[in-house]
Design a protein around this ligand. Structure first.
Ligand SMILES: [Zn+2]
Length: 250
């Protein structure tokens, strides 16, 4: 039973009690609070309201994992791969299926260089959170197939577009054997233009097992590289080791 199921039961009981007592103020209050909690659950992965949203690794050592969303992007991913190779860092890329289909060689390079290539939907539609379960299954399956075709490896993890979720997202992911992954720390790197501010924000949220969210798609390569270099220096300074995502999820 998820937190959402428990929430529905509590709201139903309070609602029934309110109706039984004729207390409509209580009924309206319960519905407003319920709406607020569900809305929060949709946008806030760490609440894990609808299912097991993995937002932190289990590793208690000072290890963190880097994750990059929305690629592969020919304008930024190759330079990022060069930088990660130089720094001997393995990351996880939550890729958009249709971009993988268009950039198969780049996707294959990501895996060849020791990184994970995971599922971030096929089309990254802003409406993904409104999709029905069958539509979601098609969306996730198309991304699985595109990634497997390009790399020979089927993803095991799924990060919903924009981190938005609902019971359908967990149902579809579970049906495909995918674990749903969020993040611990992010710096809004696609919106904030100053890499120092992005890194500062991430560093404030650091903790052992942290999953760090960055983007390698829809971001200028230069800004991405400065951000990652700065972040790696800060992590090193604070004694954090960067490990691949699957190693802190064990
Ligand atoms: Zn995304």
């Amino acid at each position: 039973m998820t937190r959402f199921h428990m929430h529905v039961i509590v709201v139903a009981l309070v609602g029934a009690l309110a109706i039984f007592c004729g207390n409509y103020a209580l009924l309206i209050g319960a519905l407003i609070v319920s709406f607020a909690i569900v809305s929060l659950g949709v946008v806030w992965p760490r609440l894990s309201l609808f299912g097991p949203f993995i937002c932190r690794g289990t590793n208690s050592r000072r290890c963190v994992a880097l994750t990059f969303d929305d690629g592969p992007d020919v304008r930024s991913t190759p330079a990022l791969l060069d930088l990660l190779h130089e720094a001997r860092v393995e990351a996880a890329f939550f890729a958009i299926g249709k971009r993988v289909a268009a950039e198969r060689e780049l996707a294959a390079r990501i895996v060849r260089e020791g990184h994970l290539l995971e599922n971030h939907s096929f089309a990254h539609s802003n409406a993904t959170n409104f999709f029905t379960i069958p539509r979601l299954k098609v969306e996730l399956t198309q991304a699985q197939e595109a990634i497997q075709l390009a790399t020979g490896i089927a993803p095991k993890l799924f990060r919903p577009p924009m981190g938005l979720s609902n019971p359908n997202v967990f149902h579809a992911a579970r049906a495909l054997g995918l674990k749903v992954v969020g993040w611990t720390a992010r710096g809004f790197d696609t919106q904030v233009k100053d890499p120092e501010r992005v890194v500062k924000r991430i560093v404030r949220q650091l903790q052992p097992g942290a999953i760090i969210l960055l983007h390698d798609g829809n971001i200028p390569a230069e800004r991405l590289l400065v951000t990652v270099k700065l972040l790696l220096a800060k992590l090193h300074e604070r004694g954090y080791e960067v490990v691949r995502l699957d190693k802190i999820l064990k």
